[in-house]
Write a protein that binds this ligand. Sequence first.
Ligand code: ZN
Length: 206
Amino acid sequence: MNVFGTVKTSINTREAAARYGVEVNRHGKALCPFHNDRNPSLFVDDDHYHCFACGEHGDVIDFTAKLFGLKLYEAAQKLAYDFGITQDKPPTKAMQEKQNMKSEAQRLRENEKLCFSALLEYMKLLQEWKRLYAPRTPEEEWHPHFIEACDRLDYVEYLVDTLIGGDSYERNEVIELLMTDSKLKKLQRYLEKVKKEEKHIGEQQL
Ligand SMILES: [Zn+2]
């Protein structure tokens, strides 16, 4: 039997998923690592897997290949090696490097967390500014913070709402938007700067 056959008959897809960090619950469901999954959509059985949301499916070798960005033959070798069913050489350096690379889905989820926390912080700041710096008389000149809040609050609230309630396509659009031209980094720096200034003003007032 070649390595494909050996691997398929001796390694359970659930065991492989668990071993590679995809937690399968007792109903056989897991958060799908191949798309940005919120509710477990991935069904993992003994000899195959299927995602009801993104449609990914296959056997234990397909799963491993897709998860680590390996060719099928490399994935079979990796499984054989990781599960101790081969006397072959350990995986090549190139394969190990690929294994260390995070999967696309993992990166996406990490970026989403960063985007969400920055947008949420900015939204709260703008809400506060809108309240604190609202002109008290019609003659009073508008404070720049109040103007910024009026300009941007609706839009920022819309982005936060999308990340909370949007489908994966809509959420990805928001993430892509923030990842373009380092918008996320600029926003994070801006929030840092504002925090320092506010702290400074707070100290002056004491
Ligand atoms: Zn999926």
